[in-house]
Design a protein around this ligand. Structure first.
Ligand SMILES: Nc1ncnc2c1ncn2[C@@H]1O[C@H](COP(=O)(O)OP(=O)(O)OP(=O)(O)O)[C@@H](O)[C@H]1O
Length: 337
C-alpha cells in the first residue's frame, strides 16, 4: 500500500545541510496500522510528512497505492493527496469555524454538492461520537473532542490512508486510550491503512500491527509488533520496550537472581492461545524437573495475548536440557538468561 524507497531528506539551515532522513526503506501493507517510534529529532515528523509530500524528499520515492507521488505534477498530486488524510498533535482546527464547518471544509474544497456535504458531515460526526456538538466552536471542546473533529475532517474525502502525527501526545492517558480505540475502530470499519508516529511504546503496543524504529534518520529495526516487542534487537528498540513497565521489572528480577548464585534461569514467552494453557506445568511433570517462577506477566498487544515468565529450573543438566527442548517443541520461545 505504501512503499518508501531509499528516502533521503536534508534541510538547509543557514546554508548548512541538516540530514533528517538517511535512506529510509519501508513497506506498509494495505489495511494495517503501522507505527514509527523514535526519540525527539529522530526524523519521525519529517518521515510522515514525506508520505503525503507535505515535505518533499531530497531523493527517493514515495509510492502510495501504486502511484509514485514524487513523479506527479502539482494538479495530479493534489488529487492523489485526497486519498491521504492527516491528523496532528495540536489538531490544526479552524478556530472561527464550527465543528460541522471544520469537517465540511475539505468537502467544500473538493466542490462536493451541498446535500452530499450535509449528509457526509452528519455521518462523520456520528462515527467519531460528536453528533451533539456540531454547532460548537473548537474553543468550547476538550482536547479529545478536538482530535475527534480532526479525525472526522481527515476522513471527509474517504481516504485510503490516514497519517497521524503524534495524534495523542497532547492528551492525557485516559483520553489517549479513547482516541486510540477510535482509530482502531475506524481501521476495522473502513479498512483504512493507518500510519502513526509516536515516542510512546504504549501507543504502539495498543493498536499497531507493524512498527519501525527510527534513530538518526534511519529505520534501525522493523517488523510485526509482536516480534519486535518480545525480541528487541537494537538498543534504541530496547529502550522503548522498557517504557512499558512490566519488562523493566522482568529485567531487574533477572539481574538480581543471576547475581545470587549459579542457576539455570530461562525466560519463557507464550503467545496467543498458549498464554492460557498449562504447558509449563505439564512439561515439568513429564520431565520431572522442579521449577520456581521468579517473575511473570500476562498482557496484550493489540489483539494478541502474551505472557512472559522468568523461571529457575532445578534438576541435573540432562533434565534441564530436555525440559527446554520439550517446551520449545510445544511452540514456546525459551531463552536461557
Ligand atoms: N523545517 C526544518 N528545518 C530545518 N531542520 C529541520 C526542520 N524540520 C526538522 N528539522 C531537523 O530534522 C531533524 C529531524 O526532525 P523531525 O522533526 O523530523 O524529528 P522528530 O523525530 O519528529 O522530532 P520531534 O519528536 O521532536 O518532533 C532534526 O535534526 C530537526 O532539527
Amino acid at each position: 500500500m505504501i512503499l518508501l524507497q531509499n528516502l533521503y531528506k536534508d534541510y538547509q539551515v543557514n546554508g548548512k545541510l541538516v540530514p533528517a532522513l538517511r535512506g529510509i526503506d519501508l513497506s506498509i501493507e494495505k489495511g494495517e496500522i503501522f507505527g514509527v517510534i523514535g526519540h525527539s529529532g529522530a526524523g519521525k515528523s519529517t518521515l510522515i510528512r514525506c508520505i503525503n509530500l507535505l515535505e518533499r524528499p531530497t531523493s527517493g520515492s514515495v509510492v502510495v497505492d501504486g502511484v509514485d507521488l514524487t513523479a506527479l505534477e502539482d494538479r495530479k498530486l493534489q488529487e492523489q493527496r485526497r486519498q491521504i488524510g492527516m491528523i496532528f498533535q495540536h489538531f490544526n482546527l479552524l478556530s472561527s469555524a464550527t465543528v460541522a464547518e471544520n469537517v465540511a471544509f475539505p468537502l467544500k474544497l473538493a466542490k462536493r454538492p451541498k446535500a452530499e456535504i450535509e449528509r457526509k458531515v452528519s455521518e462523520l460526526l456520528s462515527l467519531v461520537g460528536l453528533e451533539g456538538h456540531r454547532n460548537k466552536y473548537p474553543a468550547q471542546l476538550s482536547g479529545g473532542q478536538k482530535q475527534r473533529v480532526g479525525i472526522a475532517r481527515a476522513l471527509a474525502n474517504d481516504p485510503k490512508v490516514l497519517l497521524c502525527d503524534e495524534a495523542t501526545s497532547a492528551l492525557d492517558p485516559q483520553i489517549t486510550n479513547s482516541i486510540l480505540a477510535l482509530l482502531r475502530d475506524i481501521n476495522r470499519k473502513l479498512g483504512i491503512t493507518i500510519v502513526l508516529i509516536t515516542h510512546e511504546m504504549h501507543v504502539i503496543r495498543s493498536i499497531c500491527d507493524g512498527v519501525g524504529v527510527i534513530d538518526g534518520g534511519r529505520i534501525v529495526e522493523s517488523g510485526k509488533v509482536v516480534d519486535v516487542f518480545l525480541k528487541p534487537q537494537h538498543p534504541t528498540t530496547r529502550e522503548f520496550v522498557e517504557q512499558v513497565a512490566d519488562s523493566v521489572e522482568l529485567r531487574e528480577t533477572v539481574a538480581h537472581e543471576k547475581s545470587s548464585g549459579d542457576r539455570i534461569i530461562v525466560r519463557i514467552t507464550f503467545l496467543g492461545e498458549q498464554t492460557y494453557r498449562p504447558i509449563l506445568f505439564q512439561t515439568m511433570m513429564e520431565t520431572g524437573t522442579s521449577f520456581n517462577i521468579l517473575q511473570g506477566t500476562i498482557s496484550r498487544m493489540k489483539d494478541t495475548p502474551y505472557g512472559q515468565l522468568v523461571v529457575e529450573l532445578d534438576g541435573d543438566a540432562q533434565q534441564v536440557n530436555s525440559t527446554i527442548e520439550a517446551l520449545r517443541l510445544r511452540g514456546l520461545d525459551v531463552e536461557v538468561i
